[in-house]
Design a protein around this ligand. Structure first.
Ligand code: CO8
Length: 372
């Protein structure tokens, strides 16, 4: 029984921050910090904060701008993090709100109604609370019978979520599954760290996975196989969690926010991802040149260029491996899903494509799919 991705949805925040805006706020914050701490810096007991640069950011990452759920507070040098109003238990949570928007778009693209769906997976880098699951809140809001659950696998949350949906439909556990990736990452960004303040943006993506027997949408992609691997690494880490209060920790401490050793990540993950992808397509008797499109994880343009080059032995065109980093930045697990959302409608029947994530964990997840 063939299983297909039958619909894809994307929700993009209405606010964005350009590199120039971000850098100008950071530099003003750094100047103020250096001025306030002048004595300690001069005494050599504290390091001065260096300036950030829009040119560096674009060259090092390919990012020109990023979308953000709440711009308020991020560029305020007396705050430097977004301001989210706390919502009451009777109100829809911010993360469910954006998940619902992406889910509605995916349902429409898949030509499905809520009563056609049996399960909801919310899979992303962070959930805004542990329970009740965001997926169950979304399920309730959309009027879906059945069950829902949340799962976290950082950058590979979306692909790993699709893997679980594929298995559930294959096993007959569900007729159709909604997999949603509400990547609300801005609250965890250290906007006072020039090495990482530019990397991330907010977004939500969603997909409908169902049996080919029930699919009726215009663009259906059969999932031919899934492949995943994880290997523990501390090079991308956040230590904030439910233990933080009991440990009497400072939520503003650098280790409680996203932090990474970017160079090591680059060096270690690129060969891992290329080898993983090569062996995944080889399972189908295919070489990299037989793949019409690569919807790769969007962390850094140089990473994508290098991985595509390792696979193809030459540079990939933007038609072969689309990049959405310039507008969206790194959106944790949603990057390859945005690339798919914006670049799948021109695929011809029989064309093979690969969805792939790589990142924190480390984790790598891929799906080989074929246009029906
Ligand atoms: N402006 C100016 N200069 C800068 C800046 C800046 N903003 N930032 C760094 N520099 C300086 C550095 O200090 C360094 O100076 P020096 O040579 O004097 O030491 C110099 O520029 C070069 O710095 P790097 O070596 O760090 O620069 P790179 O060319 O390596 O680029 C990158 C940095 C872009 C971070 C790159 O290393 C990279 O992309 N690596 C891969 C990282 C990656 O993909 N990580 C994935 C993380 S995402 C993920 O897994 C999901 C986690 C969950 C989501 C979390 C959401 C909050």
């Amino acid at each position: 029984q063939a299983v297909v991705i039958s619909g894809s949805g994307l929700w993009t925040p209405s606010h964005s921050i350009s590199n120039e805006e971000l850098v100008s706020a950071y530099n003003a914050w750094a100047d103020k910090y250096n001025q306030t701490n002048q004595a300690a810096i001069e005494a050599g007991t504290l390091e001065a904060k260096p300036h950030s640069s829009a040119e560096f950011i674009e060259k090092a990452s390919g990012i020109k701008s990023r979308f953000i759920y709440c711009k308020d507070g991020v560029l305020d040098i007396d705050r430097m993090y977004p301001h989210f109003a706390e919502r009451g238990d009777e109100q829809v949570s911010q993360q469910a709100e954006i998940a619902i928007e992406a889910a509605k778009a995916a349902l429409k693209a898949a030509n499905k109604q809520p009563q056609d769906i049996d399960a909801v997976i919310v899979s992303c880098a962070y959930t805004q609370r542990a329970y009740p699951a965001i997926a169950i809140e979304v399920q309730e809001a959309l009027g879906i019978e059945g069950f829902g659950f949340d799962m976290l696998v950082a950058c590979s949350a979306a692909t790993f979520g699709l893997h679980r949906a594929y298995e559930m439909v294959k096993a007959g556990t569900a007729r159709a599954v909604l997999v949603i990736n509400p990547e609300l990452v801005s609250p965890q960004i250290n906007y006072t760290d020039r090495d990482s303040h530019f990397i991330f943006g907010d977004v939500a993506t969603a997909k409908v996975v169902e049996s080919a027997a029930t699919a009726s949408s215009e663009h259906q992609f059969e999932i031919l196989s899934t492949k995943a691997v994880t290997k523990f690494s501390n090079n991308i880490r956040s230590n904030f969690g439910f233990m933080s209060r009991a440990q009497d920790t400072d939520p503003f401490a650098v280790d409680k926010l996203f932090h990474q050793n970017g160079r090591s990540v680059f060096k270690e993950v690129c060969p891992m991802a290329a080898a993983h992808l090569e062996s995944h397509v080889a399972q189908h008797g295919l070489g990299a040149a037989d793949v019409r499109r690569w919807w790769l994880h969007q962390a850094n343009i140089n990473m994508n260029l290098l991985i595509a080059k390792k696979l193809l032995g030459r540079e990939a065109s933007s038609d072969e491996a689309p990049i959405v980093l310039d507008r969206y930045a790194n959106t944790a697990s949603a990057g390859s899903m945005i690339a798919f959302n914006l670049h799948h409608q021109d695929m011809q029947s029989g064309d093979v494509g690969v969805l792939c994530s790589f990142g924190a964990g480390y984790s790598i997840g891929s799906l080989v799919i074929r246009k029906r």
